[in-house]
Design a protein around this ligand. Structure first.
Ligand code: E4P
Length: 217
């Protein structure tokens, strides 16, 4: 499973990237706002740092304007994936931009039918939003499972990018189902390394090491 980081914070991306854990980055207008940076500047910096796809989202809502914005974003670097909302105009823009050889991430996907039609329009990535479905008492994992089945049934190349991940369980379930990619905030990725029994076990080992006077260097 590929790991994308869902943030526009350079330091957080760099820390995970140094550990080889960053296969790509996703941003959206809310994350850009949170960073307090200019979208073109910060996106360029992220693209210089990370080798994999960096999603940058358009803000236009009409297909022609989305295409113009997508082309401008794609000029930032070779590894830009133009992020388009899953609307009819978004699909039109997806068809054109993917036809030009650009990576396209179709975002704000909340149904398997939306994922199916995005694949037909040539999406490189489809972003089903798990956490936001959970927020309204629907099961985001059912959606990932349905999309996996449909894409496998028909051999679609579109990669399932599990998004709106809020917990380590979301990561685990997405991996079990076979999502190609997951994107999560840095805090959630770091939490993957933690377990209370690891902390408890380490505490005991360190106490015993002290009691035994163990020294290594
Ligand atoms: C993905 O590309 C989105 O930027 C992100 O996962 C949305 O997450 P949220 O629902 O926690 O805002």
């Amino acid at each position: 499973m590929k790991f994308f980081v869902d943030t526009a914070e350079i330091d957080a991306i760099a820390e995970l990237n140094d550990l080889g854990m960053v296969d790509g980055v996703t941003t959206n207008p809310s994350l850009i706002k949170k960073s307090g940076r200019d979208i073109l500047e910060v996106t360029k910096e992220i693209c210089d740092l990370v080798e994999g796809p960096v999603s940058a989202e358009v803000i236009a809502t009409q297909a022609d304007d989305m295409i113009a914005e997508g082309r401008k974003l794609a000029e930032i670097a070779e590894n830009i994936a133009v992020k388009l909302p899953l609307t009819w105009d978004g699909l039109k823009a997806c068809k054109v931009l993917s036809g030009e050889g650009k990576m396209v991430n179709v975002t704000l996907c909340f149904s398997a039918n939306q994922a199916l039609i995005a694949a037909k329009a040539g999406a490189t990535f489809i972003s089903p939003f798990i956490g936001r479905l959970d927020d309204i008492n629907l099961d985001g994992m059912d959606l990932i499972e349905d999309i996996r089945t449909i894409y496998d049934n028909y051999g679609f190349d579109t990669q399932i990018l599990a998004a709106s991940i809020r917990s380590v369980n979301h990561v685990l379930e997405s991996a079990r189902i076979g999502a190609d990619v997951m994107t999560a905030p840095p805090e959630v990725i770091k939490k993957l390394a933690t377990h209370p029994l690891t902390d408890k076990g380490l505490e005991t080992f360190l106490k015993d090491a002290e009691a035994a006077g163990i020294k290594i260097v």
